[in-house]
Design a protein around this ligand. Structure first.
Ligand SMILES: Nc1ncnc2c1ncn2[C@@H]1O[C@H](COP(=O)(O)OP(=O)(O)OP(=O)(O)O)[C@@H](O)[C@H]1O
Ligand SMILES: [Mg+2]
Length: 257
């Protein structure tokens, strides 16, 4: 269970650029819940994910992950609990290291990192099996440096690395937005599969209304640092992309009047 309690984060406090990116946000996410997070640009979605990951501290509020109050934990200490995939395929992997080495590094997340623990044949074969599921032929390129792969291939690997050790929460910030349609579809398909098979608790940010209605078990909408809509279960399944577009339009009107 992830619990965010009365969390507030202001950027540029006491300056003319002051922005309340998160304004007294409270949110409880149950184990194995797959939460889709939507909202207009600047509504606070990435800030919420960064708050969970500990990229910075808020000025008030608490973050509880799996019963542990991590509010004061630095980012590196929380990393053992969290899997992350960003929009930018260049983040999250070491480009000069091979696919095999990156996967091995990810298998050591949260443990003492001695790369001296090499890849034995059995481990290599296990990792190849996992990577084969992506249907990108990457299992035949285990010795290729990641820097040589396409954005879609990198994103697939980053997803696999983020979930190789089951995270308490998987944070996906528009992780398919920079990909071509086919790669995006493959990465999304694998995201859904991995979340379901391992029963992961996940938050996925998207601007795609199709993704927002087609994926996940719960949908949360943010606006100006606040959660303004939260829908799950049958109500979520019955939603159409058109419903969401209408909801967005209504919201914009409320903002501008
Ligand atoms: N490091 C930062 N320094 C200053 N302001 C920031 C910083 N990060 C975010 N903000 C501001 O906080 C607000 C929320 O930003 P955030 O990135 O969380 O929005 P978002 O919902 O992820 O938007 P988008 O859909 O464009 O990614 C914005 O007004 C943004 O300009
Ligand atoms: Mg963002």
């Amino acid at each position: 269970m992830i619990s965010i309690q009365h969390y507030t984060k202001t950027f540029g406090k006491n300056t003319p650029n002051e922005v309340k990116a998160l304004d007294d946000v409270s949110l409880e996410i149950k184990p194995s819940e797959f939460l889709l997070l939507i909202g207009s640009n600047g509504s606070g979605k990435s800030t919420l994910l960064n708050a969970i990951a500990g990229s910075y501290q808020g000025e008030s509020g608490k973050i509880i992950i799996d019963g542990q109050d991590v509010s004061l934990w630095p980012e590196h200490k929380r990393a053992g609990l969290i899997g992350r995939v960003f929009q930018n395929p260049f983040l999250g992997t070491a480009p000069s290291m091979t696919i095999a080495e990156n996967l091995q590094l990810a298998s050591l997340r949260g443990k003492t990192k001695t790369l001296a623990i090499g890849l034995n044949k059995q481990r290599l074969s296990e990792l190849k099996d996992r990577i084969q599921e992506f249907g990108m032929g990457l299992e035949n390129r285990m010795d290729t440096p990641i820097g040589l792969l396409s954005g879609g291939q990198r994103q697939a690997l980053t997803l696999l690395m983020a979930t190789l050790i089951k995270p308490k929460v998987l944070l996906l910030d528009e992780h398919t937005a920079a990909l071509d349609p086919r790669s995006a579809e493959q990465v999304l398909y694998m995201t859904e599969k991995i979340v379901a098979i391992f029963g992961l608790t996940a938050i996925m940010v998207t601007h795609s209304m199709e993704q927002a209605v087609g994926f996940g078990t719960r949908l949360v909408m943010m606006n100006q640092g606040k959660i303004i809509w939260d829908v799950a279960g049958d109500k979520k399944y019955e939603l159409t992309a058109d419903d969401l577009v209408r909801k967005f339009r209504n919201m914009q009107i409320q903002i501008t009047v």
